[in-house]
Design a protein around this ligand. Structure first.
Ligand code: PSU
Ligand code: MN
Length: 300
């Protein structure tokens, strides 16, 4: 494909059929502050390798769909932060035509991963159905992508800045299986449990890999959502995090923050309101997801 640029290492791993996982870049530019964003992104790559998979961090650089970034490119995205465009499905053709840069969301990263032939992807949290979507219609393009692009996404469940019940309903409509790794309760990102149930509990990377294989054999278009609870030691107190989320949501309403700005705004505010505790948890749950994705990819 003309616009696709796969790094040498990733190309080699894919040709040999060895494990590769995708990593997104909006989490670097918009999901965490500098310099923790760069440190986390580089540590994710190390953890992937330690667990047997080659990491392909994905972004759009100078209009090229880059699968596998250099350390310099990761540092550039981290330092530039929110000045880099947050790129979802709709933005890809425009950024290519204009030869611009874009940090890819879960949706856009899935698209580029699928183009390259990567089937497993690790992130922190996915976008979902926002609270109040009944009137705002704010439903992340990540969910529709999960219904149409064959990549399994490992995340820590959905944050309660979202409406978890509506997010699960939407995924059901899109035909996306929601798997709980070692749990039958949907993890809620900062906490390892919620009042909601996943569709299926699976207890080993092999069991998940087998389900992915069957999904491919059937030729189904969509992916799968694997929810991996944050390790207990890093989980936050549910009441304390909920209070911060409520306050951040209130401020977003007062300041009329909407569209693609809302998720980065809420993440940053919750981190400030928890004195950085939520950022520390966020980093740890991402590491945990990268390790699981690498094991699933190896089992494939
Ligand atoms: N949730 C997080 N961290 C993130 C994001 C979500 O905890 O960095 C990012 C991901 O890139 C996700 C995007 O794909 O936000 C969703 O944005 P939106 O809600 O605008 O679709
Ligand atoms: Mn949105």
């Amino acid at each position: 494909m003309k616009h696709l640029k796969i790094s040498k290492k990733i190309k080699k791993a894919l040709l040999e059929g060895s494990p590769v996982i995708a990593l997104e870049s909006t989490i670097i530019s918009h999901g965490m502050p500098f310099p923790q964003n760069v440190q986390t992104a580089l540590e994710c790559e190390r953890i992937a390798r330690e667990n047997g998979a080659e990491p392909a961090t994905i972004a759009i650089i100078g209009g090229k769909l880059c699968v596998g970034l250099t350390q310099e490119q990761i540092e550039y995205l981290g330092q530039t932060g929110q000045e880099v465009q947050k790129a979802s499905r709709r933005d890809i053709p425009i950024l290519i035509a204009r030869k611009q840069d874009g940090a890819t969301t879960v949706a856009a990263t899935m698209i580029l991963a699928a183009m390259a032939g990567i089937r497993v992807f690790a992130t922190g949290g996915i976008g979902g159905v926002h609270r109040g979507a009944q009137t705002s219609m704010d439903i992340s393009a990540d969910l529709k992508e999960l219904g149409q692009t064959p990549v399994a996404v490992v995340c820590a469940g959905a944050k309660s800045i979202l409406d978890l019940a509506l997010t699960l309903e939407y995924l059901e409509t899109q035909g996306v299986p929601v798997i709980g790794y070692g749990t039958s309760e949907l993890p809620a990102f900062y906490t390892d449990r919620s009042a909601y149930k996943v569709d299926y509990r699976m207890d080993s990377p092999k069991e998940i890999a087998d389900a992915i294989k069957v999904q491919r054999q059937l030729g189904f278009a969509g992916g799968m959502l694997i929810t991996n609870p944050i390790p207990r030691a890093y989980a936050m107190d549910a009441d304390m995090i909920d209070a911060s989320i409520h306050q951040a949501l209130q401020e977003a309403r007062e300041q009329c923050i909407k569209g693609k700005e809302i998720t980065p705004f809420l993440l940053a505010r919750v981190s400030e309101l928890t004195g950085g505790d939520s950022l520390a948890s966020n980093i740890q749950l991402v590491y945990n997801n990268v390790a699981l994705a690498a094991k699933i990819s190896s089992a494939l």
